[in-house]
Design a protein around this ligand. Structure first.
Ligand SMILES: Nc1ncnc2c1ncn2[C@@H]1O[C@H](COP(=O)(O)OP(=O)(O)OP(=O)(O)O)[C@@H](O)[C@H]1O
Ligand SMILES: [Mg+2]
Length: 114
């Protein structure tokens, strides 16, 4: 179970610019469910996943994994990435079936093999 609420993640560039990569994103993924983030390049998919994994520190919002709060700006919670029970894989060259057969995703994918 994954619960993301009002997530905002920004990048600060060396030139002093602020990039609002993720703006007010909320979604829930039930236990054992498969969930896809879909959207145009640069819309913040990778940043959302990096925030869930603990690779980025969001500006605000809340993230709970299996009922455990791993990030909350309001409550000052930020669990280190090695203490989160979350794995993020990003390999855009792999098909769903390749992800499953290499053990990154549980379950089976039916239909067209690619
Ligand atoms: N390390 C970074 N420093 C500064 N800006 C970044 C950084 N990483 C991503 N961004 C910017 O944050 C925004 C969201 O990028 P992100 O990589 O999360 O999008 P994405 O949806 O995964 O895109 P793609 O489909 O191309 O993988 C973009 O404007 C991107 O340029
Ligand atoms: Mg990406």
């Amino acid at each position: 179970m994954l619960d993301v609420k009002g997530l905002n993640t920004e990048y600060f560039t060396r030139r002093g610019d602020t990039i609002r990569a993720v703006r007010d994103v909320s979604f829930e993924v039930g236990k054992g469910k498969f969930f896809t983030l879909l959207g145009p390049s640069g819309c913040g998919k990778t940043t959302t996943l990096r925030s869930i994994a603990g690779l980025e520190r969001p500006l605000s919002g809340e993230i709970a994994v299996n009922g455990r709060l791993v990030f909350s700006s309001k409550r000052g919670v930020f669990v280190a990435l090695n203490k989160r029970n979350a794995t993020v894989t990003s390999n855009e060259k792999w098909t769903l079936n390749q992800l499953v057969s290499n053990g990154y995703l549980a379950g089976t994918v039916s239909g067209n093999p690619d």
